[in-house]
Design a binder for this molecule. Structure first.
Ligand SMILES: [Ca+2]
Ligand SMILES: [Ca+2]
Length: 244
């Protein structure tokens, strides 16, 4: 006959294993620099082949693309886009033939680093996108991801939503708005981002001509933008992001 103590000793690890005590991603970086995708839109011809994450238990996991794909980005960004409190990793990855897509990486059911969802590729080599960020933009409890599609050409703000799909996730389009951008060719950083100055999240970008800093909100499935100041330099975005 099994004792109560033995039963508890057996049951506890199983209980905790199912209660989110698994390791979380605490940091991410790109490694394995490569010159195999010489777009140089971020100022040099070096992109990265590998995404590496550090977990809360100290382990490091990585995923490496073979030739044909790179991470074409400033740095991977951590954000909880599934709503479970644990961060995922938002990246930009580019295909030799199809250009860029936004991709969300995370830990799969076996604790492996894996792609969870991605936007479609833009469809043409040397066409890029620049993330704005992730937040519940309309307060419905689901997380939206925002990026500028081709910041030097189409200059279109895209807002997509993470939705459960079977065992996993998918990104579905919600809204888009032309006339906004967040990067100029050769800059090594991306301007603006996501802010919340107390009245809900806003996406901070430039207008297409870089005259003004713009704040864009999502409500009722629609995007509305307003001028919040003149654009002079990155200080203009820093002030906007700090709610000044
Ligand atoms: Ca999450
Ligand atoms: Ca939402």
């Amino acid at each position: 006959m099994i004792s109560a103590r033995a039963l508890i000793a057996w049951a506890l690890p199983a209980l905790f294993a199912g209660q989110g005590l698994a390791a979380e991603i605490t940091a991410a970086r790109y490694t394995d620099p490569t010159d195999r995708y010489p777009h140089a839109v971020l100022g040099d011809g070096i992109e990265h082949a590998t995404l590496e994450v550090t977990l809360s238990d100290g382990r490091r996991l990585s995923a490496q693309y073979p030739p044909g794909m790179v991470f074409e980005d400033t740095a991977p960004r951590l954000a909880d886009v599934t709503g479970d409190g644990a961060p995922e990793v938002i990246t930009v990855e580019s295909s030799d033939s199809q250009g860029a897509r936004l991709a969300v990486w995370g830990l799969d059911g076996q604790g492996r680093l894996a792609p969870l969802a991605a936007s479609p590729f833009i469809g043409q080599r040397f066409r890029w996108l620049a993330p704005v960020g992730a937040a519940d933009l309309d307060g419905d409890g689901r997380i939206e991801l925002a990026w500028i599609d081709r910041p030097h050409l189409a200059k279109t703000l895209m807002v997509w939503r993470m939705e459960p799909a079977g065992e996993g996730w998918r990104l579905v389009p919600l809204a888009e708005s032309p006339g906004l951008t967040n990067h100029r060719i050769g800059e090594s950083d991306i301007a603006g981002g996501m802010r919340d100055c107390g009245a809900g999240p806003e996406m901070i970008t430039a207008d297409a001509a870089w005259r003004n800093v713009m704040a864009t909100r999502l409500a009722g499935g629609r995007l509305t933008s307003r001028v919040i100041g003149r654009h002079r330099d990155r200080g203009s975005f820093a002030a906007a992001m700090a709610c000044d």
